[in-house]
Design a protein around this ligand. Structure first.
Ligand code: NAG
Ligand code: NAG
Length: 347
């Protein structure tokens, strides 16, 4: 029995709900591309500071720390559950060869649209590298299925989610050594560079058989506790960062419009991830939104990550951020619900 079934088919739940959970998934396969928001352990063996395979990460996850940047499940996990998959979509680095047919998670913390993004943190699978790995996985699926036409049909039915771009801002444009870049490159120029690359990457995925895309906007990373602390702002968010990100998001909306028109047999949805508006009080009702739940590192390459001590805020389901950048399981549930609203249009 898959993990979901164990978790959700408690005796108190009605049979119909259990059947919905363990029945046929709504897509035969789910491929995940992205950064730390969706990473499920791809960085564990890499030489990088962008890792989360230690407590308190995973404190509420059944297997403990796995590399997920959260206390528990991330949005990809919730979506897999909602879509009826028996288990989490496994990370590329440890997926069993026969399981790739159902999907693979390529997401890698620190990675971005641009290959060089995140190099300040160490090794990572850039979006290009992730697509290259996907190409290899497809060759393997063809071998397993023994019929290229069949495999192409299979790949067209899969769900593809992409959540990338935050690091192109945090660890590139607004990175520690990028001061000169910001003087010489405007946010609009930088966003155009990203969009041109992103366009090529989405076309590449299309050529590899992807037809059902959910492409997330870059969240309002200027509101992350780690960025607010770095900029020493008393304001709820760092406006300069959010403004630059919003230039990208507007261009991405146009890009998706173009792709919809040009690739008629493909479907694209764009979930909007609303960060609740943060007022001066730093909290909404009883939800703490301005502070991280764990004790975070305040400088160097680990800035914003949880310190490796097994101590957290008392009530983890009262916090929006688990560390200085990443959501708690509760917030991931909230984001995944927003994503599912639009993903349902791809079924
Ligand atoms: C390969 O798959 C296609 C599409 O499902 C099917 O129509 C065809 O009969 C298959 N070919 C063989 C040799 O099994
Ligand atoms: C970490 O802390 C949690 C919650 O306080 C506790 O349940 C767990 O046993 C601790 N794990 C280790 C390895 O100390």
């Amino acid at each position: 029995m898959g993990y979901w079934a164990k978790l959700f088919c408690l005796p108190v739940l009605v049979f119909a709900l259990c059947r919905g959970v363990v029945g046929d998934p709504k897509f035969p396969c789910y491929f995940i591309f992205g950064d730390s928001l969706l990473d499920v352990g791809n960085n564990n063996g890499l030489k990088t500071s962008a890792k989360a395979n230690y407590l308190p990460y995973g404190i509420d996850f059944p297997q403990g720390p796995t590399g997920r940047f959260s206390n528990g499940l991330n949005a990809a996990d919730f979506i897999a559950k909602d879509l009826g998959f028996e288990d989490f979509i496994p990370p590329y680095v440890t997926v069993k060869r026969k399981d790739v047919i159902k999907g693979v998670n390529y997401a890698s913390a620190g990675s971005g649209i641009l290959d060089e993004t995140g190099e300040n943190l160490g090794e990572r699978f850039s979006f290009n590298t992730q697509i290259l790995y996907h190409q290899e996985v497809i060759s393997h699926i063809e071998t397993l299925q023994g019929n290229e036409t069949y495999t192409q049909d299979h790949l067209k039915k899969c769900l593809y989610t992409v959540q990338i771009g935050s690091n192109d801002y945090i660890n590139n444009y607004f990175g520690p050594k990028s001061h000169d870049k910001r003087i010489n490159v405007t946010p609009a120029q930088f966003a155009t560079t990203l969009i041109n690359q992103f366009c090529k990457q989405l076309n590449w995925l299309y050529k590899l058989g992807a037809r059902k895309f959910s492409i997330s906007v870059i969240p309002q990373i200027g509101c992350a506790p780690a960025e607010r602390k770095l900029y020493g702002t008393e304001m709820a968010c760092v406006k300069e960062i959010n403004d630059a990100v919003n230039v990208f998001n507007a261009k991405q909306l146009n890009l998706i419009g173009d792709l919809r028109a040009r690739l008629e047999d493909a479907k694209f949805v764009l979930p909007i991830l609303d960060v609740p508006k943060i007022g001066p009080l730093q909290s909404i009702g009883s939800l703490v939104i301005g502070d991280p739940c764990c004790k975070v590192s305040t400088k160097g390459v680990t800035r914003g990550q949880c310190l490796p001590i097994n101590v957290t805020c008392g009530q983890r389901n009262r916090y929006l951020f688990f560390d200085g950048f990443h959501p708690t399981e509760l917030a991931n549930l909230f984001y995944s619900r927003q994503m599912m609203l639009v993903i349902s249009h791809l079924i």
